[in-house]
Design a protein around this ligand. Structure first.
Ligand code: PEP
Ligand code: MG
Length: 749
């Protein structure tokens, strides 16, 4: 095979462009592409494997292997040489494939006669889309030039795959972003919303990866990098005299923006026939792959800088993205891969709906979405790839489905559903002032969870008796710096004002785990959920906790005050926190400030250990509130943010319910019947809520929108009978009582 030159590569890309521009079906395009590559490179075999699902690769086109194997041959990621390329994102180049590590012979392909193998990942922005393979009979290693040529082609294939050039019949390139698409994800917050797409981090779509005029592309690249450098210099000027760390980051940026190596590589890519934006992306891909592989934190940060600069450059070149000055639509539906609670709070109530590719039901971002009552669908695979800013979109939070660019029929059906939901809300409003009393006369106290001042109006609207959990960390998360004591005191005071005498349970700062304050040094912990969080931080670094306790006392200004401490794992932690409160009270007294009329202190039971605390603790703790979200994750050792394991364990699992029942019994066994409530998300799910009530819980705290549905079901349930159903299921040895409960609820009662 002749040594490849830039002009040969350009010739191949030129032929590819013609082939891709033809109005042919997706499969015909792919076949044509493999033929052209094999022909141009003088190899006997060229094959394209694409991901069929996240774990499986499929042979989608081949020149040289048995055509019958197309769409039949599949392998798991990591399996065989092709699977190894996909798994490691690294090129495999070998003269003797059958002896190479991990080789797996696929008899249906007829590949046994080919000795040499070269596989290159087809990647777009670090995401693996497939593998491009060439094989030949002659036992030879492919040369660096040839491999480079293959990488350039793989880059073009990645862009084309992304644009949907290889799917469907006669799929026109780019049509993917015009068709209507349905995504089936999972429900994280119910409700329906219609609006227009707002991409949290707009991605750039490259529609022209191949260019025929390298000089013009070089000029575009140089113009864009000049603009980029001016931008970075301007940022540096703006930051001069400011934060040292920020300056260091910007200096590193400038260094990269002027990096000759980076520039040279992109120029070389262009000389091979890529457009300027495809060249930027190719180098960005390399950086992303390295980013995943390096363990050195400093190097990773620098690669991150390069990634960020590449994004800026791409936006300059394509005119796409946030820098285009696009305005948030009036009815924004946020689309993101994932989002943190602080970022979500920045958007606040402006959002009509949220769709995430990742996310989890138990995450704090989800809790924020729930607090804001914004419909949220998680696990909508590939939605960030398919959605473009401004697209019409409908989110069905109940069904976990998302209609992007919906057609007429979907729009009509969806709007009907929204109208029906509005009617259901009206029904719940009619029982707002009635108590949650079961058919057999047991009344459950209904409280709401809150975390923002804006939640407080729901106190009247939902009919809640009080706020059973006020998550104070949300106020810390939305700021760029630590709030001052007086600011907090004012805020807590307004919360109490808005509650108009109803009880508000303020939970002290619960940070750590996924709740990272932007202005505190993040701890590099191997397992943050089991790490330095909540009361552990509060007791070890008492400055913030003291400031917060004082702000609460000041806010109460003589009114009754209720405070609870999160994540208490052993009784001493609670008693130490109580001692801190005593000190804070003393300080206030000395300063001559009024002390609360009554002060209730309690602990959150979020780790199984506290359920087994000494009797003294149960006797002395002011009240207990079960944080079911955390308790469940630690009870089952199943990360609340990891959907794969979270879903394995049902809240209505007999072991968990029995454990909860034990806590109820312990509270009831004390001389003064220690008050107990449940404030995890399960309290807001009607079926779970009635089972909690049947196990003896008499106070539930949930997001405001759940109060209507939960109350409505409690009022239609005989809790004594339900308890018997649960006890029977337990005696029978059922794993979860859910089937028995559902059958009972369906029955003629
Ligand atoms: C819980 O863990 O159930 C809880 C209410 O606290 P958070 O969800 O804020 O961790
Ligand atoms: Mg918790």
């Amino acid at each position: 095979m002749a040594e490849r030159t830039g002009s040969e590569s350009r010739k191949l890309l030129g032929r590819l462009r013609e082939a891709l521009a033809e109005d042919s079906a997706g499969q015909a395009r792919l076949d044509n592409v493999t033929h052209l590559i094999a022909d141009s490179m003088g190899t006997e075999v060229c094959s394209i494997y694409l991901f069929r699902d996240s774990e499986t690769l499929e042979l989608c086109a081949t020149e040289g292997l048995n055509p019958e194997a197309v769409h039949q041959t599949r392998m798991r990621v990591g399996e065989g040489l092709v699977g190894r390329v996909a798994k490691t994102s690294r090129i495999v180049n070998t003269a003797d494939a059958p002896s190479a590590k991990g080789f797996r012979y696929m008899p249906e392909t007829g590949e046994e006669i080919y000795s040499s193998f070269c596989g290159v990942p087809i990647q777009r922005l670090g995401e693996n889309l497939g593998v491009l393979v060439v094989q030949s009979k002659e036992a030879r290693d492919y040369l660096a030039d040839e491999i480079y040529g293959l990488e350039v082609v793989a880059m073009v294939l990645a862009e084309m795959t992304e644009l949907g050039a290889f799917i469907g019949d006669n799929a026109a390139m780019g049509a993917l972003h015009q068709q209507s698409v349905l995504f089936q994800g999972a429900c994280a917050q119910e409700g329906a919303a219609e609006g227009h797409v707002w991409l949290h981090e707009p991605r750039v779509v490259v529609t022209n990866p191949i260019a025929d005029d390298p000089d013009a592309e070089l000029q575009r690249l140089h113009d864009a990098t000049d603009q980029l450098r001016v931008g970075v210099d301007r940022m540096l000027d703006g930051a001069a005299g400011g934060d040292k760390e920020q300056l260091q980051v910007l200096e590193a940026y400038r260094m990269f923006a002027n990096s000759k190596g980076w520039m040279r590589r992109m120029e070389q890519d262009i000389s091979q026939g890529l457009s300027a934006e495809a060249a930027v992306e190719k180098e960005q891909n390399t950086a992303r792959t390295r980013m995943e592989q390096v363990t050195d934190a400093y190097l990773r940060d620098r690669l991150h800088d390069l990634d960020d600069l590449s994004n800026r450059l791409l936006r300059i070149l394509t005119g796409q993205g946030a820098e285009t000055g696009a305005d948030l639509p009036a009815d924004p539906i946020l689309i993101a891969r994932n989002i943190g609670p602080a970022e979500l709070l920045e958007y606040g109530r402006n959002l009509k709906g949220i769709v995430l590719e990742e996310g989890s039901v138990g995450s704090h971002a989800t809790i924020v979405a729930r607090a804001l009552a914004i419909p949220l669908v998680i696990h909508a695979d590939r939605v960030t790839t398919e959605a473009l800013n401004g697209d019409h979109i409908m989110v069905d939070g109940d069904a976990g489905s998302v209609h992007l660019r919906p057609d007429e029929n979907v729009v009509t059906a969806f709007r009907d559903k929204m109208a029906m939901q509005a009617k259901a809300q009206e029904r719940y409003a009619s029982i707002r002032d009635k108590s949650a009393t079961s058919l057999d006369g047991i009344t459950i106290a209904m409280h709401m969870n809150a975390g923002l001042m804006a939640d407080l109006p729901s106190l009247d609207g939902s009919g809640a008796e009080g706020v059973g959990l006020f998550r104070t960390e949300l106020q810390f998360l939305i700021r760029n710096q630590m709030p001052k004591r007086m600011e907090l005191a004012q805020l807590y005071s307004s919360v109490m004002d808005a509650a108009r005498g109803k009880r508000v349970v303020f939970r002290t700062l619960d940070i750590g785990s996924d709740k990272v304050l932007p202005y505190m040094t993040a701890q590099d912990e191997p397992n943050p959920a089991l790490g330095w969080r909540a009361i552990r931080v509060g007791l070890d670094k008492p400055g913030v906790m003291r400031m917060q306790l004082q702000a609460l006392l000041r806010a109460a200004n003589g009114r009754p005050l209720t405070v609870m401490f999160p994540f208490v794992a052993q009784s001493e932690e609670y008693f130490a926190a109580v001692a801190e409160m005593e000190k804070a009270k003393e300080r206030e007294r000395v300063l001559g400030h009024p002390l609360p009329e009554t002060l209730e202190l309690g602990a959150m039971l979020e780790t199984p250990s506290l359920g087994f605390a000494p009797q003294k603790f149960f006797e002395e703790v002011g009240f207990l509130s079960i944080g079911g979200n955390d308790l469940k994750q630690f009870f089952f050792a199943a990360d609340r943010e990891n959907e794969r394991v979270r879903k394995r364990y049902d809240t209505l699992n007999v072991s968990f319910l029995t454990f909860l029942e034990g806590i109820v019994n312990r509270c009831n066994s004390t001389t003064r019947q220690t008050p107990l409530s449940f404030c995890g998300e399960d309290a807001g799910r009607p079926i779970e809520a009635i089972c909690l009530a049947a196990m003896g819980l008499r106070t539930l705290s949930m997001r405001p929108a759940s109060i209507g549905p939960v109350k409505s079901l409690i009022r239609r349930t005989n809790l004594g009978e339900l308890r018997q159903v649960i006890v029977d299921a337990r005696e029978r040895g059922d794993q979860s009582v859910r089937p028995a409960v559902m059958e009972y609820l369906r029955g003629p009662n």
